[in-house]
Design a binder for this molecule. Structure first.
Ligand SMILES: [Zn+2]
Length: 330
């Protein structure tokens, strides 16, 4: 499947433009947000590949004042689909800002080279191999072999400014990952939530549990934004985000009920997928990962989270890939 990046940035306010790829029903196409003023610019998150990052850079040239470059990059968290493009900006002298915990988490993720090798060498006849090929082979070798970590980190909160635009970095992790942050632009009425919130796809989380995701979503709402840019999917209203928060509690309660009934993990995941599948959302199988994270907490399992085994679990609950070509009539 080829990638069709956005043809233009979307203006949310005069100072805020969003790069919103259509990542529905697949992994890896995350939103990036450009914040500009007369003589400076900041980018929230970088794309998964060097090619996509260059594409984004070309579009920012249509928005940035002459002579202004992106000198600050913020990573909302340490997943590669929000940070593998960092090196394009650090090579030009930009700083990369994130939380201490995100910086540490990035070291535990597979490197771009390791991930590319995993996809290329996985057996397409296994559920995991087929799933990786379906969702990740389109990214090739990512155009970079090693992730570029943040150059400046903080704990709790960091206030920045892009000219006259106030930029509040608020740590809300652990939630989606160990050290998520949200970007609040109080003067613009915009919050960039990173992957604390997904829109129009079933969510995936790596740290959790769901109570912590819910707390982070409430922190987004407490900023009283008019517009929320999720990590993936279209921009949202506060009402959309409030509905998302209720959804998190509903699936938490279902998983806990399955656990209390003594249902094994695979059964609980299947039950949740059957009960909570939103037909307009993609990637229902990711509910299996949320079930596994919740079971870890309920079982007091403190062993390190193995991302690949969680993706394997999701792959085993995924519907078959849609046929792209009709079989010849027999
Ligand atoms: Zn993401």
């Amino acid at each position: 499947m080829s990638i069709e990046p956005p043809r233009s940035l979307r203006a949310l306010t005069p100072a805020v433009h969003a790069w919103l790829p259509d990542g529905h029903d697949t992994w890896g196409l995350a939103n990036c947000i450009l914040i500009t003023d007369q003589d400076s610019a900041l980018l929230v998150d970088t794309p998964y590949t060097t090619d996509l990052t260059r594409h984004l850079l070309n579009l920012t040239a249509e928005v940035l004042p002459p002579g202004v470059a992106i000198t600050t990059v913020v990573n909302t968290h340490g997943n590669g689909d929000h940070s593998y493009g960092n090196g394009v900006f650090t090579a030009a002298g930009a700083e990369v800002v994130s939380t201490d915990a995100n910086s540490e988490h990035l070291c535990k993720e597979p490197s771009p080279a390791q991930l590319a090798r995993l996809v290329a060498e996985s057996d397409p006849d296994t559920p995991l191999g087929a799933y990786l090929h379906r969702h990740f082979s389109r990214y090739g070798d990512f155009g970079v072999s090693e992730a570029v970590p943040p150059t400046r980190t903080f704990n709790g909160r960091l206030d920045l400014a892009v000219g006259g635009v106030a930029v509040e970095l608020i740590e809300v992790g652990p939630a989606h990952t160990a050290g998520d942050l949200i970007v609040n632009l109080p003067g613009e009425g915009v919050v960039c939530s990173g992957d604390v919130i997904f829109c129009e796809d079933h969510p995936v989380h790596w740290a959790g549990p769901l109570d912590e995701i819910h707390r982070a979503v409430q922190r987004v709402l407490a900023c009283e934004p008019r517009i929320i840019v999720p990590g993936h999917g279209p921009v949202m209203t506060p009402a959309d985000v409030a509905a998302n928060a209720e959804y998190l509690l509903r699936i938490r309660d279902r998983i806990h009920a399955s656990h209390a009934a003594g249902h094994p993990l695979a059964q609980a995941a299947a039950e949740l997928i059957a009960a909570e599948t939103n037909p307009r959302w993609g990637l229902t199988e990711r509910l299996a990962i949320l079930t596994a994270l919740e079971y870890r907490v309920l079982d007091a399992d403190t062993s390190p989270v193995d991302m690949i085994s969680l993706v394997d679990l999701a792959a085993r609950h995924a519907a078959p890939a849609p046929q792209t070509a009709k079989s010849p009539a027999l």
